[in-house]
Design a protein around this ligand. Structure first.
Ligand SMILES: [Zn+2]
Length: 502
């Protein structure tokens, strides 16, 4: 198969995503009062409603509706005042009532968009024909959201001895209804994504947004956030869509990217050989790095959708919507803009810090602990040093930034110190003193070492005067060695240059 970049020169990829997110932060299920916890004993959290017993009546969870309205407001959606629940029929033991309660043509929130900042290669023409490309090669991709609707999750099935998710071949199947009835929101994008990288960025941004809202833990490993993707190709310049395939099991950012990349190349190969792409659902196999056919697509008619007679239509009041709006916290984009405006941070740095809610709140505590002139060092530390540590406090990170800004430590030494203090609460300054790591910036003491090194390295001094300025690096190394690493390399460099030029 040809490489992705090559394929994308001839073909335009049309990508859409469907993202399911469990509202894991709620206490109870969507239509009953059962505890929302998947980790309990199997079938501990069940009742007549979520087991679909005859006569049981559903009662919608108001907090879940607040969550979906907040999700809509945070993604620039319109809140649909009137919407209702439908029954989507299918027969499978993971839903004992034989239908899933979901929404029909009108969802709680619809017609939104998220703007992606894409850097580097691959600026693709947008559906409206524009390309907004900046000088640095980055561009903004506005991705429209068709809808976010509410539905309920099904039970978890464990097919012993059979293939994952299939009854065929299993000797025994176990069902855990704890998950059945978990409030789930499904977001559907318009087919506006053009590259696997854009799809990955969209998922990442959506995840950051939902975590910031506090509506889900958005764990792709645990399956509380799941993504399906569909992709079709058309020759560059064409306007009609090709036949699309849908892909399942994209349960990590990497899987999402790699599966789309594989599928784009596979479709290009089929089309270039004169074949036709079949409309089908395919399964991504990460270990074999390929997609395989799961089933040929069913149509919507097969589900016999109709309005649920047990659930009255919703009429969301202004008061309710405003209450949801008031609960939407500062979102990553607004945070990024504030960081740039307040601290003059580089946009790329601000995007990184503001994107992850935990990192952002950590930064906002640490930044008040340092003097203004140390803030750039703090930002540098938080982007390049601390992400590999788990148990650091804001005070420890502020302290490391201060030591670095004062040239008392090199970056490598700072990493060593953080390894020591990680998870202990110990003060980095004390560790530096105890271990004698503090770099000397005492000009007299360092000057004496420089004199001794220059005395010893006459041939390098000669080379310097003959125009070979690179020997300074060697001389700094000699000084560092002579000071047993306690000298500050930047100061050695300055002193050496001064003395050599004198
Ligand atoms: Zn229940």
């Amino acid at each position: 198969m040809r490489k992705l970049a090559e394929v994308l020169r001839d073909w335009e990829a049309i990508i859409g995503l469907e993202v399911h997110t469990e509202l894991t932060t709620l206490e109870t299920k969507m239509f009953c009062g059962c505890r929302l916890s998947h980790d309990d004993e199997p079938n501990a959290n069940v009742c007549p409603v979520c087991l679909g017993l005859p006569g049981a009546l559903p009662v919608p969870n108001e907090k879940a509706i607040e969550s979906i309205v907040m999700a809509g407001l945070a993604t620039n959606c319109e809140v649909m005042r009137r919407s209702m629940f439908y029954r989507k029929h299918y027969f499978y033991p993971d839903m004992a009532k034989n239908f899933q309660t979901t929404q029909g043509p009108v969802a709680f929130v619809m017609h939104g968009h998220l703007d992606l900042e894409v850097s580097g290669e691959g600026a693709a023409e947008r559906p409206d024909g524009t390309i907004d490309k900046r000088q640095d090669g980055s561009y903004v991709a506005p991705i429209r959201i068709l809808r976010i609707h509410m539905e309920e999750d099904a039970a978890k099935m464990n097919h012993l001895g059979g293939a994952e998710g299939r009854i065929g071949g299993a000797s025994e199947s176990l069902i855990d209804y704890n998950r059945c009835g978990t409030p789930l929101i499904e977001l559907v994008t318009e087919p506006d994504l053009r590259t696997p990288e854009e799809a990955r960025l969209f998922m990442e941004k959506l995840r950051q947004t939902f975590i910031t809202l506090g509506i889900s833990d958005c764990s792709m490993e645990k399956g509380s956030m799941r993504c399906d993707g569909n992709v079709s190709l058309r020759r560059r310049g064409e306007t009609t869509f090709g036949t699309k395939t849908e892909m399942k099991n994209l349960n990590s950012f990497k899987s999402l990217h790699d599966a789309l990349a594989y599928e784009i190349c596979r479709q290009a190969e089929v089309l270039e050989a004169g074949g036709a792409v079949r409309q089908e659902t395919r399964h991504w196999e990460p270990s074999r790095r390929r997609t395989v056919v799961m089933r040929v697509k069913e149509t919507a008619d097969d589900y016999r959708m109709y309005p649920d007679p047990d659930l009255a239509p919703f009429d969301l009041s202004d008061e309710f919507i405003e209450r949801c709006r008031a609960r939407v916290p500062e979102l990553p984009d607004a945070k990024r803009d504030r960081y740039v405006a307040t601290w003059g941070m580089r946009r790329a740095d601000a995007t990184k810090l503001a994107g992850d809610p935990a990192t952002a709140s950590f930064f906002e505590v640490a930044v008040v602990l340092v003097e203004p002139k140390i803030i750039p060092t703090l930002v540098n530390v938080m982007i390049n040093l601390t992400p590999s540590f788990r148990g650091l406090s804001e005070a420890q990170v502020a302290s490391i930034a201060r030591l670095l800004a004062a040239d008392a430590l090199t970056f490598a030494q700072a990493r060593e110190v953080l390894e020591v203090v990680d998870g202990t609460g110990a003060d980095p300054e004390r560790v530096v003193d105890e271990r004698g790591l503090r770099q000397s910036t005492d000009a007299d003491a360092l000057g004496a070492i420089v004199d001794e090194v220059l005395d010893r390295c006459q041939s390098q001094v000669r080379q310097y005067h003959e125009g070979n300025r690179k020997v300074v690096g060697f001389l700094v190394g000699q000084c560092m060695k002579a000071s047993k690493g306690s000298g500050n390399p930047k100061m050695f460099n300055q002193l050496l240059t001064q003395k050599l030029e004198a």
